[in-house]
Design a protein around this ligand. Sequence first.
Ligand code: GLU
Length: 469
Amino acid sequence: MIRTRFAPSPTGLLHIGGARTALFNALYARHHGGEYLLRIEDTDRARSTPEATQVILEGLDWLGLSPDQPPVFQSTRAARHAEVALQMLASGHAYRCYCTAEELRQMREQAIAEGRPPRYDGRWRDRDPAEAPAGIAPAIRLRAPREGETVVEDLVQGRVRVANAELDDMIILRSDGSPTYLHAVVVDDHDMGISHVIRGDDHLTNTFRQVQVYQAMGWEVPAFAHIPLIHGADGAKLSKRHGAVSVLEFREQGFLPEALCNYLLRLGWGHGDAEVIGREEAIALFDIDAVGRAASRMDYAKLTHLNGIYLRAADDARLTGEVMTRLAARAAADPTLRADETAQARIAALMPGLKERARTLVELTDASAFLARDDAPAADDKARAALNAEARAMLVRLAPVLDATDFSAAALDAALRGFAEAEGLKLGQVAQPLRAALTGRLTSPGIDATLAALGRAAALARIDAATQG
Ligand code: GLU
């Protein structure tokens, strides 16, 4: 059974690099009819917070990447990690080390002074435990092989190897009985039945030591796939100065989860030139061998473009709900906004036109805001210029024509065309001042649909207000 896992440490936000790792794990498992699990790596109690765990769970849920089983919390498994360390001790694959912190510090300093890498020198590896000094609680170290090499056949990186002489005997259980991170990961992956470890390539060098733990226990080593990290446009590791990095920040900025997933999928994995690949298609197509080895670069403009494509395809009722939530938040700070049922009905009516022009939910909300108020918003410069004296006089003549029209988009369109012809004007010469009066802007969906969405009373009141101005 193929079983993958996403194993974030809850020490901060859910980074989009992590989200992509989760996505690849989920897609790989689904593609092969397997299972995708989540492990919260909260062994570092000082740095892990429940809030960060919440952020991870919320972000995964939003992305549609919740695991197939309840999450495993690494911190709850400390007894098992210790048990395995003791088994390794019993089988001779580990030993007790009685070095004091001071001794280790000296060892490190001496190595550095002599230009050697600071490694543990193995001084308790073969020493008789009877020589153990009194009053020192020992740590447990892996008795790592000294000859030969450790080889990893990575599904993305290819064959990677290290000479065992370069790896020292790492601690698996600290003197206070707590497991070290590299040891805990192996025990958990084994116990969770993980067949494929797909993670960021910043963990590649950890893999050798982890493989040694598997080998010491006689456990089957899982397949590894170390995927390249996401960089910014300048090639540096993606960070806040490039733009949004946390998943919830992207949500805040108005990206749709399916667009973000699609973007992250295409970042480092390709299927020809196909740009829009939905979840089902991604599951059908995804495999790890098409993941490239080069770091990918985050391109916010591309993501925004893709988001626009998804926005136009999204369900109107859903988008209306998203816009209403955002308007309600804005209304709390802006008393001229009303996120009420009237606003909702108008926005729902105009949504087919509104979503054609927006690339994010923030833009969609901006474009919808004129519908969520009693009066038109203050006209911007262009709209004000369009509402010159001549245009205002035209609107005075137009108002009774509209009042006599059925307020359906089709009837309004016909009425506006008839009025323009009678006035000897082009349709745009009528529509632009009218749009300025209704929306305070010169851009909006079709003027007939905009009028219909506002409704007769509000439309005529706005025209009246504009002609007074
Ligand atoms: N907890 C590690 C991290 O957040 C991931 C470890 C792993 O995937 O093996 O980067």
